[in-house]
Design a protein around this ligand. Structure first.
Ligand code: ASN
Length: 349
């Protein structure tokens, strides 16, 4: 009898600890305003990437009530300094961590300037169904009403939420959850700096209370053909911004610099000025992949509009903005060399 009681007690203990075990969340810090610091709480001047991950997390002690938190410093830069090297390091580390049974999700603190690009890069390359959450801030930690701590609290809440599984990479800012593919920075200084112009946000998070309303049907993370374990180099892809009077000089410079791809952010439905169009067509003849997108900021760039893509050899980027199209084309060029397949890729991701 005593033996039976002991066994029951042990199983109850194990059961309770499994039931109430906190999830394990790793915070990968890369820098940004969220890790920024200035000398005055009421002045706008500050330096991004000034505070280490431990200090950053110490500002939000309540996250330790929800999860076992561990921090790792990947870089400490303003995200305007983001580059291929950090992208590869971050994606490989996130991928490696998420394979482990003792890791339930990853939160990445990042500057807001290029957050959408890094988030989309991981969305395309990290093979996991577990939550991958990007978070940043528009006000530095030393500023009055800093938005970083609440954003981090909300990001961890999203990372531990079971509904965040299989959603692909998400961005949490200002009480909103956005899909990495859709989100873009739309304001230079407001705390409400992010939006998903084509689809809207996919959820909200209010003081840690998470609600989803939709999810992306585009391929991402575990469904993606790109695998960060196999990627160690990214080819050169340049973005050229369209405007009145044309700028074929930049197209020629990109070709001379051995660019493998050009994303042309054209006017309206991705339209180029005639001399720029001629230079882009010449780039195609010299073996460069030219993909048309739009500088407008929302909507699709369509084939068979005012530009004869078939004749000129261009492809289109669907509704991806220029900076996201650049990421996808860089990855595409690591394994695809047929123009037709690259075009299909832009419709699938
Ligand atoms: N709000 C910010 O995070 C801006 C900063 N320049 C960054 O991207 O790192």
């Amino acid at each position: 009898m005593t033996k039976l009681l002991k066994t029951v007690a042990i199983f109850t203990l194990i059961g309770t600890s499994v039931l109430f075990a906190k999830p394990n969340i790793i915070i990968l810090a890369t820098g940004g305003t969220i890790a920024g610091s200035g000398t005055s709480s009421t002045k706008s001047a500050y330096s991004a990437g000034a505070v280490t991950v431990d200090k950053l997390l110490a500002a939000v002690p309540s996250i330790n009530d929800m999860a076992n938190i561990k921090g790792e410093q990947i870089s400490n830069i303003g995200s305007q300094e983001m580059n291929n090297e950090v992208w590869l390091k971050l994606a490989k580390r996130a991928n490696e961590l998420l394979k482990r049974d003792d890791v339930d999700g990853v939160v990445i603190t990042h500057g807001t300037d290029t957050m959408e690009s890094t988030a989309y890069f991981l969305d395309l390359t990290v093979k996991s169904k577990k939550p991958i959450v990007f978070v940043g801030a528009m006000r530095s930690g030393s500023s009055m009403s800093a938005d970083g701590p609440m954003n981090i609290y909300n990001a961890v809440s999203v990372a531990i939420n079971k509904e965040s599984y299989e959603k692909g990479v998400v961005v949490v800012m200002n009480d909103e959850i956005h899909s990495a593919r859709e989100v873009t920075k739309v304001n230079t200084s407001s705390v409400n700096a992010f939006a998903s112009p084509n689809t809207g946000k996919i959820g909200t998070v209010y003081y840690g209370d998470v609600h989803y309303y939709m999810s992306s049907v585009k391929k991402h993370t575990y469904q993606s053909e790109f695998d960060i374990e196999k990627i160690n180099f990214l080819p050169r892809v340049e973005i050229i911004y369209g405007h009145a009077n044309g700028n074929d000089i930049f197209v020629k410079a990109a070709v001379a610099a051995d660019a493998k791809g050009i994303i042309y952010a054209g006017m309206g439905n991705g339209n180029p000025y005639p001399t720029t169009q001629d230079a882009l067509a010449q780039a195609v003849r010299e073996g460069v992949v030219v993909a048309r997108t739009s500088r407008v900021g929302s909507g699709r760039t369509n084939l068979h509009g005012e530009v004869d893509d078939e004749k000129l050899g261009f492809i289109v980027t669907d509704d991806l903005n220029a900076q996201k199209a650049r990421i996808l084309l860089m990855l595409g060029l690591t394994r695809i060399n047929s123009k037709q397949q690259l075009q299909e890729m832009f419709f699938n991701y």
